[in-house]
Design a protein around this ligand. Structure first.
Ligand SMILES: *Cc1c(COP(=O)(O)O)cnc(C)c1O
Length: 492
């Protein structure tokens, strides 16, 4: 297998080449020329493996250019920082419905699963490609990626890590997690605007050829830790397998039974990893794309029309407040196999904010098992409260969106076992949790954590207790000022 791009160039690279570049030079994303597939017996033989071993088997097939031994070493190191030996444990919620807790890593969000591993992949990629320049990772974040990337890359030799977050668009705790980050190779800036503004700003920097040339002279090349990076996406395939095998071992399913997954979706990275798990042979039934009030994807999956021309809403699930879902481009490529077609749609999206994939591609999309549903703020709040009252289990607002979607979709046909991806610790979003649970507001995010802990009888996870940590990064830029801020940081 080699990696090619979703657009027009005929560049072919191995995984180290794709990981170093991040975005393909033609503006597209890297995808495999042929999606790897496991046979039934290969899948059966992986069912009892501990998480790092399972990870190395799967990564090996999706990351040509790395050896199994290398990948096993990286996975062992990466997942040693998780506080649960299953890494991504399942929790039984109700009949036929589980949550998979993806937040047991060092920043309490699912981004850790990929971003604890990516620095090892990137450091090795530097070596393998004979690259002796510094790699500057730039990240636009709706909250969780930023901290997870900072945590993964802080003080990793040969790298620098710069993070942009929308001012006012992340929770108090997410902000505190980022601006208190330690490390000598780190920059954190807030951007006047929303997540899409920050993400567009980063994309613009990546495609600014003059800036690129000046920085290359100064010994710096760019890469990305957003889910546009192939090395960021692939580690997420693993936990779909891990979930299936946990169900298998507990006797909840027999080998070959389909399992549905409900995925709280923003940039379409997480659910695309589920699609790749399915295409590689895992018996996945439906992939439920769950959105909050920014429901551009629900509409797209139902009508085939992608239309970002709508108000950008701030919700209590900020990591899903996205109107431009980058990874959808990869799915469009898998469905059509045509870089020309994908380029046309992406150009239309850039020019008009809208494109229509037409009835044929839409039918193919539905045939792949995608379903879609969205939840407004009131329904999300009611899901948090109802779940707590019925089962004594706290789901964060992102997870609640996916849980609502799972229940809705299950009502309308099919009751296969369903795993809801739980993407963040509820303590990261304590004020929204308190409001949803009908509890009194607190004066800030930290007081809210305390109150949520007292209310639920659970402890605030240690990585989220940030009181007394020094805030290092207080600067703010406009989208137009991002490039010069980056250049200054990387050259002075
Ligand atoms: C990033 C994130 C999501 C969305 O994941 P995508 O891969 O962008 O679709 C959902 N929930 C939480 C908590 C996140 O941090």
């Amino acid at each position: 297998m080699e990696l090619i791009t979703t657009r027009l160039s005929d560049l072919r690279v191995d995984a180290p080449g794709a990981i170093l570049r991040g975005l393909a030079p033609d503006g597209g994303l890297f995808v495999p020329d042929k999606i790897p597939a496991f046979s039934r017996s290969e899948i059966e033989s992986m069912a009892a493996l501990p998480y790092p071993e399972l990870a190395s088997e799967i990564l090996y097939r999706f990351l040509p250019g790395f050896t199994r031994e290398e990948l096993l070493e990286y996975a062992r190191k990466a997942y040693a920082s998780f506080d649960d030996s299953a890494v991504t444990p399942l929790h039984t919620l109700e009949d036929g419905l589980w949550t998979m807790e993806l937040f047991h890593g060092p920043t309490c969000a699912f981004k850790d699963v990929a971003l604890q591993l990516l620095p090892y992949l990137l450091s090795a990629a530097l070596r393998k490609c004979g690259e002796d320049r510094t790699v500057a990772i730039l990240v636009a974040t709706s909250g969780d990626t930023g901290k997870a990337a900072l945590q993964g890359f802080a003080d990793v030799p040969g790298t620098r890590i710069g993070v942009f977050y929308p001012r006012g668009g992340v929770s108090d705790i997410q902000r505190a997690q980022m601006v208190t980050q330690e490390g000598d190779n780190v920059l954190v800036l807030s951007v006047v605007g929303n997540f899409d503004d920050a993400q567009s700003g980063v994309k613009k920097i990546f495609s600014d050829m003059a800036l690129k040339e000046r920085l290359e002279k100064a010994g710096v090349v760019f890469s990305s830790a957003n889910s546009i990076n192939w090395g960021r996406l692939v580690p997420q395939i693993v936990y779909y397998y891990a979930a299936y095998f946990q169900l298998l071992r507990s006797g909840a399913v027999k080998m070959g039974d389909p399992v549905d997954f409900s995925v709280p979706t923003g940039n379409f990275g997480d659910i695309l990893a589920g699609y790749l798990a399915k295409r590689s042979g895992l018996p996945v039934g439906r992939l439920i794309c769950a959105s909050n009030s920014n429901n551009v994807l629900t509409e797209f999956l139902q009508t085939g029309v992608y239309n970002r021309n709508r108000p950008f809403l701030l919700t209590m699930s900020p990591s899903m407040d996205i109107l431009l879902s980058s990874n959808l481009e990869r799915l469009l490529y898998f469905l059509t196999g045509s870089g020309e077609q994908v380029s046309r749609w992406m150009t239309e999206l850039g020019e008009t904010g809208c494109y229509n994939i037409g009835p044929e591609t839409l039918a193919r999309l539905k045939g792949e098992g995608f379903a879609a549903c969205w939840s407004d703020e009131a329904l999300t709040g009611a899901t948090i409260r109802g779940t707590w009252e019925k089962t004594g289990y706290l789901v964060d607002p992102h997870t609640a969106v996916a849980l609502y979607a799972a229940r809705q979709v299950r009502k309308t046909g099919g009751s296969a076992p369903c795993v809801v991806l739980s993407t963040a610790s509820p303590f990261k979003f304590a004020p929204a949790m308190l409001a949803s649970l009908g509890q009194q507001e607190a004066e800030n995010g930290f007081a809210a954590q305390e109150r949520l802990a007292a209310f639920s009888g659970q402890r605030v996870p240690a990585p989220l207790d940030l009181r007394g940590k020094r805030e290092r990064f207080l600067d703010c830029v406009t989208p137009a000022g991002m490039a010069s801020a980056v250049e200054k940081w990387l050259t002075e």
